[in-house]
Design a protein around this ligand. Sequence first.
Ligand SMILES: NC(=O)c1ccc[n+]([C@@H]2O[C@H](COP(=O)([O-])OP(=O)(O)OC[C@H]3O[C@@H](n4cnc5c(N)ncnc54)[C@H](O)[C@@H]3O)[C@@H](O)[C@H]2O)c1
Ligand SMILES: Nc1nc(=O)c(N)c(NC[C@H](O)[C@H](O)[C@H](O)COP(=O)(O)O)[nH]1
Length: 220
Amino acid sequence: MHVVVNAATSADGKLSSRRREQVVISGEDDFARVDRLRADSDAVMVGVGTVLADDPHLVLDDEAYRTDRRENNRPENPARVVADSRARTPLDARILDDEARTYLLVSEAAPRDRLDDLRAHGATIVVAGEDRVDLPAAFDTLEAESVDRLMVEGGGELIFSLFEATLVDELSVYVGSKIIGGRDAPTLADGEGFVETFPELALESVERVDDGVLLRYSVS
Ligand SMILES: NC(=O)c1ccc[n+]([C@@H]2O[C@H](COP(=O)([O-])OP(=O)(O)OC[C@H]3O[C@@H](n4cnc5c(N)ncnc54)[C@H](O)[C@@H]3O)[C@@H](O)[C@H]2O)c1
Ligand SMILES: Nc1nc(=O)c(N)c(NC[C@H](O)[C@H](O)[C@H](O)COP(=O)(O)O)[nH]1
């Protein structure tokens, strides 16, 4: 599976404020680029922290992309994937509507009755890992479901885990021209952090977009 991580950070590397509420960092052109990336993917993934903070919809904005996918015998929208160890996704989350298929990756620690409720709201449950989602195992299941190209939209906890598990092939970061600050504000890669060996990136391109900079890296 090819995994592309995309995120928008402030100039000081934050994904949002210390209140963990969504901050709009991208401009119009960057959001259009994100929509294109989604359209080119079989599935779009976030962590449950992002579902709880932003309630994202994760479907395509541009009708032309939907039409194009339909004409190519693909689902109108990419599937949605949430890493959600304890099945905390709210039953009224926007990702549970019927506009796209939604996979919830959970661990064995997720309460059974909660999983039944989420299934009844249309979710496809994938159990992988004892206490936390075992991402490599869950990705094998997604691959068996024809997810060959996965786009990850954050947040920082999930992105760190993906780098830790060496699952990332490409990273694009839009760096917007604002400062958010806050030692507890989420950054691009949170988690435990690396201390001895660090994932190395190869810078592929640098481009001015809106009022910021788009950095594209491949991961060796
Ligand atoms: N600017 C951006 O591009 C952008 C993108 C997405 C999110 N955000 C912001 O990021 C914040 C949310 O990020 P976050 O880091 O709190 O949450 P997150 O979205 O990274 O979700 C983390 C949660 O995922 C679950 N999870 C399950 N298995 C996991 C695993 N193996 N590794 C890691 N997590 C696993 C855990 O419950 C964990 O708490 C919000 O404030 C949101 O607004 C910004
Ligand atoms: N590219 C990008 N630029 C931003 O400035 C920003 N705040 C996000 N945040 C990502 C987060 O996951 C959002 O919640 C989804 O981008 C919302 O997606 P929807 O429009 O609801 O489909 N992403």
